[in-house]
Design a protein around this ligand. Structure first.
Ligand code: ATP
Length: 245
């Protein structure tokens, strides 16, 4: 069982414009494999197309998006039950339902919201809370709990550490690694390259919609001389030189 992307591209059509007006190309020639037990990291500059890859994998692209190339699971197109997404946007949580209700809605009546919330480091009390009462960091972890609720074998997580303090960010990354070690395949998108490289098997580096390099996680070390491209080295060096990291 391997999740496979082959030569995936994505364009945005411009409805109502002249037929000669070419669609905007947002992704081009993206290929990768993720096997159970692996964590594929995706990093890159802002607007490089990371979240679009997440949306393409989860089958929830914006209406004007035109996808080409192939995304397959064991050779056939995945169903929405196969791949769960914890999106970047916190407003993906339903503001009108408690977290417990949202988790049961996705996982079924027998799902234990408290157990899933504990898995992501939240107390059972959060099951009775509405999204508006959660801090940004709690909402981020709650999104991950909802993604795990359906029991999908592949989990895509978009920017899991945004809004978390360093210790909480370490715990969430360790949880993602543990989810892979239990046999899931993970795709983790993060601008936090040092933490991402610690849990990833490989890291796909994106620039302007194209993959510039897929590097083994171990290449993100020292001054980045193990990386093949100048762009990946710059991305890495910018992070290790940043005292906020
Ligand atoms: N619905 C849309 N319509 C038109 N263009 C879009 C749409 N969604 C995304 N884009 C464009 O596609 C490109 C990639 O966007 P995406 O959100 O995937 O980037 P990203 O790498 O996740 O960035 P960030 O790190 O800032 O979240 C951007 O130029 C963005 O403006």
């Amino acid at each position: 069982m391997t999740l496979r992307a082959r030569d995936v591209g994505l364009s945005f059509a411009h409805p109502g414009t002249h037929p000669d007006h070419a669609p905007t190309r947002a992704l081009e020639g993206i290929s990768f494999d993720v096997a159970p037990g692996e964590v594929l990291g995706i990093a890159g500059s802002s607007g490089a197309g990371k979240s679009l890859i997440a949306a393409a994998l989860a089958g929830i692209l914006p209406p004007a998006a035109l996808l080409d190339g192939g995304i397959t699971l064991n050779g056939t197109p995945p169903s929405p039950r196969d791949i769960a997404l914890a999106p970047q946007r916190l407003d993906a949580l339903d503001p009108l339902a408690t977290l417990g209700r949202q988790i049961r809605r996705l996982g079924g009546r027998r799902t234990d919201p408290a157990a899933l919330l504990a898995r992501v480091g939240l107390t059972a009390r959060v099951a009775r809370a509405y999204p508006h009462s959660l801090s940004g960091g709690m909402a981020r972890r709650a999104l991950l709990a909802t993604a795990l609720a359906g029991g999908a074998a592949w989990v895509v997580v978009d920017e899991p550490t945004v809004g978390l303090d360093p210790e909480a960010a370490d715990r969430v990354m360790a949880l993602l690694r543990a989810l892979a070690e239990e046999g899931r395949g993970l795709v983790v998108i993060s601008h936090d390259l040092p933490r991402l490289a610690r849990i990833a098997t490989r890291v796909l580096v994106l620039q302007d919609g194209r993959a510039v390099e897929t590097a083994p996680a171990a290449a993100f070390a020292g001054d980045g001389t193990g990386l093949a491209t100048a762009f990946a080295r710059r991305l890495w060096q910018a992070q290790i030189e940043d005292p906020a990291c």
